[in-house]
Design a protein around this ligand. Structure first.
Ligand SMILES: NC(=O)c1ccc[n+]([C@@H]2O[C@H](COP(=O)([O-])OP(=O)(O)OC[C@H]3O[C@@H](n4cnc5c(N)ncnc54)[C@H](O)[C@@H]3O)[C@@H](O)[C@H]2O)c1
Length: 254
């Protein structure tokens, strides 16, 4: 990936930064000179991503945090304030796949676990991130999904969480527009990350199904999603807010 933007001196927080799309995004910021905070429940993975980010000569730290718990998110942003002073960008990416179950089979625990991380986690993150932005504003990008735009059977909590993120993104965008903070969402299609690898390990036939269902006939890469996140944060997207950007090889265009 060729560096385009120079984010030297800027500070970016990436939740769920230990793996997959979050790791690619954290490293993409660092590659362009940005300081990065990697927040995740996975200490080993998060520490490794922060170490790789520092190889680009930037400040990068891992902070253990569960976005599903308010105290944990409050403490994360307190650490960010103490060590980095402010935020310029926040990527609310932490998420879990739902244990497969339809509307009538889904348990309350399955529902709550999915919604608490994927949807409540984005709200809690923004609640404590927004006060840390400076007078020049900045960018927040929330990780939705192509199933934030269309339904699929067998994952009602996941689909609801990702639709909810788009509504939350629009609400927040309107609330903070006067502060110069732009808030957008990204809607990835099938992207080759550990989350998708776990699905493919259980159901190998899905690989052919995903490819056949995608007009561009392939599974995407985490870096392709990171590129979209960075564009939404960049000055080139300075008039874009409250938007949900598909990065899905054309799936929802059908
Ligand atoms: N991979 C895809 O095809 C795809 C498609 C659409 C949307 N997404 C979304 O992209 C985001 C990243 O997914 P990925 O594919 O990179 O998955 P991944 O499993 O590789 O990474 C998710 C990360 O989130 C972390 N996480 C989970 N619960 C957390 C919590 N409570 N607090 C903090 N961190 C937590 C995990 O430890 C992990 O590091 C998710 O929100 C996912 O729903 C992924």
């Amino acid at each position: 990936m060729t560096p385009v933007w120079d984010w030297t001196g800027k500070v970016a927080l990436v939740t769920g930064g230990a793996s997959g799309i979050g790791a690619a995004t954290a490293l993409a910021f660092a590659e362009r000179g940005g300081d990065v905070i990697v927040a995740d429940v996975d200490g080993d993975g998060g520490g490794a991503v922060a170490a790789r980010a520092r190889e680009h000569g930037v400040r990068a730290e891992f902070v253990e945090c569960s976005v599903a718990a308010e105290d944990s998110v409050r403490q994360l942003l307190e650490v960010v304030r103490e060590r980095f002073g402010r935020l310029d960008f926040a990527v609310n990416n932490a998420g879990v796949e739902q244990r497969r179950a339809g509307v009538t089979e889904c348990t309350e625990d399955n529902w709550d676990r999915t919604i608490d991380t994927n949807l409540k986690g984005v709200w809690l993150s923004m609640k404590y991130e927004i006060p840390l932005f400076g007078p020049d504003g900045g960018g927040i990008v929330n990780m939705s999904s192509m199933v934030g735009l269309v339904g699929v059977p067998g994952a009602p909590a996941y689909v609801a969480s990702k639709h909810g993120i788009i509504g939350l993104t629009k609400s927040a965008a309107l609330e903070v527009a006067d502060s110069g903070i732009r808030v957008n969402a990204v809607c990835p299609g099938n992207i080759r990350t550990p989350m998708v690898e776990r699905v493919l390990a259980r159901e190998p036939a899905k690989e052919t199904e995903y490819t056949a269902n995608t007009p561009l006939r392939r599974i995407g890469t985490p870096e392709e999603v990171a590129n979209a996140v960075l564009w939404l944060c960049a000055p080139e997207a300075g008039f874009v807010t409250g938007h949900a950007l598909s990065v899905d090889g054309g799936v929802v265009a059908k």
